[in-house]
Structure formats: C-alpha cells, structure tokens
Design a protein around this ligand. Structure first.
Ligand code: AMP
Ligand code: ZN
Length: 133
C-alpha cells in the first residue's frame, strides 16, 4: 500500500522509535501515548484489519505481544498491561493497517481503557447465539 503510513514506518521508509524489529514486524512507540511505554505492533505486510490478516501473521502477532509484554513489564516496571486492537472506525480505528496497541498500566494512571457494563438479556443472548455460533 503506497499511501499507508504504517507500511512506510514498518518498512523503515519513515523513521520511528523502534523497540523491536524482525523480518515480519516492527514495534514502535505510539506518538500519542495513553501511558508511558504505549507501543504498537506493526506487521510489515499490509493488512487493513484483523479480518484480512493472514493466519500465520495473526499467530505470530500474539507470540510477539507476549515477548513485548515481558520486555515492557521488566523495563518499565508497569503494574499491568492492556492489549487493544481496533477494527473499523466504529471501534476507533484511525489507521487502516492492522496494529496491536500495547498499553502499560500503572496504578492510578487514569488511562480510562474501560466500558460501562450493560446487561445480557435473554433476547440478545438467543439472538447472538443463533446468528454467530
Ligand atoms: P487506532 O486508533 O487503533 O487506529 O490507532 C492508531 C494509533 O496510531 C494512535 O494511537 C496514534 O497515536 C498512532 N499513530 C498515528 N500516527 C503515528 C505515527 N506516525 N507514529 C506513531 N504512532 C502513530
Ligand atoms: Zn499498510
């Protein structure tokens, strides 16, 4: 994708604060961090979102997320860590090149990565099971 900014960053055409790189991935610091150490896992090959991601890249992404989680925890001494992965504008995706947010969490960081729990009604439960299972 010639006009994709994350393709350019992942492949080194645009410089970035790189925490890790191999043949398939680059891990960079987010320029608008939610907390100290907020990083992004970027595959070097373009996929717009999770739906398009090849299975081998999906699998390798989670193995890399585990490796980076340990590095972030040991390096920064964070108290927790969220993985966030947005697909589609309704979900908050702004850059349409698959990426995983790694957000180190610190006690009382007020990063606000949360939602207000609703209620699973019997009607929704039955509807979802019928449509998705
Ligand atoms: P999303 O909303 O899931 O698509 O996340 C996009 C993320 O990319 C945001 O957290 C931005 O702060 C981050 N971002 C956008 N452009 C850059 C860039 N050039 N370098 C680093 N991070 C970026
Ligand atoms: Zn791309």
């Amino acid at each position: 994708m010639s006009d994709c900014i994350f393709c350019k960053i992942a492949n080194g055409e645009i410089p970035s604060a790189t925490l890790y790189e191999d043949e398939k991935f680059r891990v960079i610091l987010d320029l608008g961090p939610a907390t100290k150490g907020h990083a992004l896992i970027l595959p070097k090959n373009h996929a717009s979102n999770l739906y398009e991601l090849p299975d081998d890249v999906a699998a390798a992404s989670m193995v890399l997320a585990k490796k980076m989680a340990i590095k972030l925890k040991e390096g920064l001494g964070c108290d927790g860590l969220n993985l966030v992965q947005n697909n589609g504008e309704a979900a908050g995706q702004t850059v349409h090149h698959f990426h995983i947010h790694m957000i180190p969490r610190y006690k009382q960081d007020h990063a606000g990565i949360t939602w207000k729990p609703g209620t699973l009604t019997q009607e929704d439960r039955d509807d979802i099971l019928r449509k998705v299972k």
